[in-house]
Design a protein around this ligand. Structure first.
Ligand code: DOR
Length: 469
């Protein structure tokens, strides 16, 4: 058991707790049970089946509700600094709070891209006062900044991100610094990151194949939405995943594959895991709920990278959730402004890729888990416990256990509701593919280190803090 100051006070029933969450059904990695949770100094001080005191600054009645460990979304793009017309840290973390997310990891592809320790510190000072929930920041690891990786780790980067595929020429500045598109560049970047002991995350699609297919489609005059999916074939993902896994094996590196979308890539990852390669992976709701037909229905609003795939990929991803090949589900929340997306109606190549989801990840997965027979505990692992473990935050977050941060998502498991884009807290309210979808499971309260940061129908309070290992 983790001990801390608050734990040693545990025997003192006369203590005034910061918060008592009473009568909820607790969902922890150890199972599901009725209990009261006592919070002191931002930590879980006691978990008791008996409500022996209500001596607390605040009491939250969770009768009839599930108390999950606060959800951790390790893949968001909050666009701050530099692209705040799409999203900023305030709107992004509010949206997170309303989705039961108590900690986010922001990607380094802000403007400028976070390629060195100075830029990391600048970003930290810009976003810190805006955060409603806890946050960690990624560093970029590209072919041109390998010598900066160690200092970025010292500055507090939670992990590193590399893209093996380049964007179209007009968007290159948004990614420059995080690009490692050749095998030698991937090797060098991974070598540098593995020395820090931190996780190296890869957007894995093969650059050569994507460029080739895109050029061919463009020369045929294709500008329709489906061309986007055709330009990034499934095997391009599998090639890149194999490539980074082979290099990771050689370097004994700890890698994470972001937004896995295909059956082929899952097969490669499953085999690597069985051989003991230190590889973890994630998928996102958009790959579980949509096939590429969504491009025909929603046009540029269903453009994201990698693209939505086929039925067989969706069902392979669902199987992989159940057999734990997929370790975690994250949002890859990637907002863009309406006028930017709308350019893609006439010409799909002009629309930026990305869909929003930080606020909807829980209800989408909760709804899906009922259909799949995924238990509450398994869901808590995919949305919180495993995320903390993969990135090394398990001493602080990811579970409901004495000594951990008092981060909770308190949800009504019975409430059915319909998603309305305009009610979400992101700036990109039009970019909600789930608009009109009926879901079950609603976030009622979100608590970050003992402080309620969101209450449905009431509002928000800020309590975000920078998190590092
Ligand atoms: O769809 C996506 N959008 N995929 C990515 O990998 C990047 C993201 C963005 O930054 O817009």
């Amino acid at each position: 058991m983790i001990k801390n100051k608050s734990y040693t006070k545990e025997v003192n029933k006369m203590v005034t707790y910061d918060l008592v969450i009473k009568s909820g059904k607790v969902v922890s990695s150890q199972g599901v049970f009725e209990a009261h949770i006592f919070v002191l100094d931002g930590k879980i001080a006691r978990i008791s089946r008996v409500l022996d005191t209500e001596n607390a600054e605040r009491t939250l009645d969770a009768s009839g509700l599930l108390v999950f460990p606060g959800f951790i979304d390790s893949h968001v793009h909050f666009r701050d600094p530099g692209l705040t017309h799409k999203e900023d840290f305030e709107s992004g973390t509010k949206s997170a709070a309303a989705g039961g997310v108590t900690c986010v990891f922001d990607m380094p592809t802000t403007k400028p891209v976070v390629t060195n320790a100075n830029l990391f510190s600048e970003k930290l000072s810009i976003v810190s006062s805006k955060a409603y929930v806890d946050f960690a920041l990624y560093g970029a690891a590209g072919s041109e900044n390998v010598q900066e990786v160690e200092a970025l780790a010292r500055a507090g980067a939670i992990a590193f991100k590399s893209y093996t595929v380049s964007p179209p020429a007009e968007r290159i500045s948004e990614y420059a610094g995080a690009l490692a598109t050749t095998t030698s560049a991937i090797y060098e970047a991974m070598e540098a990151v593995s020395k820090t002991g931190l996780v190296h995350s890869f957007h894995a699609e093969d650059d050569g194949i994507v460029q080739l297919f895109t050029k061919r489609l463009q020369s045929q005059g294709r500008r329709d939405a489906l061309a986007h999916a055709e330009s990034r074939p499934a095997f391009a993902e599998a090639i890149a995943v194999s490539n980074v896994i082979r290099i990771a094996k050689e370097l004994h590196a700890k890698i994470h594959i972001v937004h896995v979308s295909t059956k082929q890539a899952l097969e490669v990852i499953r085999a690597a895991k069985s051989q003991g390669v230190k590889v973890s992976c994630e998928t996102c709701p958009q790959y579980l709920f949509f096939t590429k037909q969504a491009l025909q229905k929603f046009g540029p609003y269903a453009k994201f990278n990698p693209p939505a795939r086929d039925e067989q990929d969706v069902s392979a991803l669902l199987d992989a959730l159940l057999d734990d090949t997929v370790d975690i589900v994250v949002s890859d929340h990637a907002p863009h402004a309406k006028h930017e997306k709308d350019q893609g109606y006439e010409d799909i190549w002009k629309a930026p890729p990305g869909v929003v989801g930080v606020e909807l990840r829980f209800p989408l997965l909760f709804t899906l888990s009922q259909r799949l027979g995924l238990s509450y505990t398994a869901l808590a692992k995919k949305l919180s416990t495993n995320v903390a473990k993969i990135f090394g935050l398990q001493q602080k977050k990811g579970d409901i256990m004495v000594g951990l941060d008092a981060d909770f998502a308190i949800v009504d498991p019975k409430e059915e509701w319909v998603v309305k884009g305009e009610e979400l807290h992101t700036k990109a309210k039009e970019n909600v593919l789930y608009h009109g979808m009926k879901l079950i499971g609603k976030v009622k309260h979100t608590v970050v280190r003992g402080k309620p940061v969101y209450e449905e129908g009431v509002g928000f309070e800020k309590n975000g803090r920078f998190v590092r290992i």
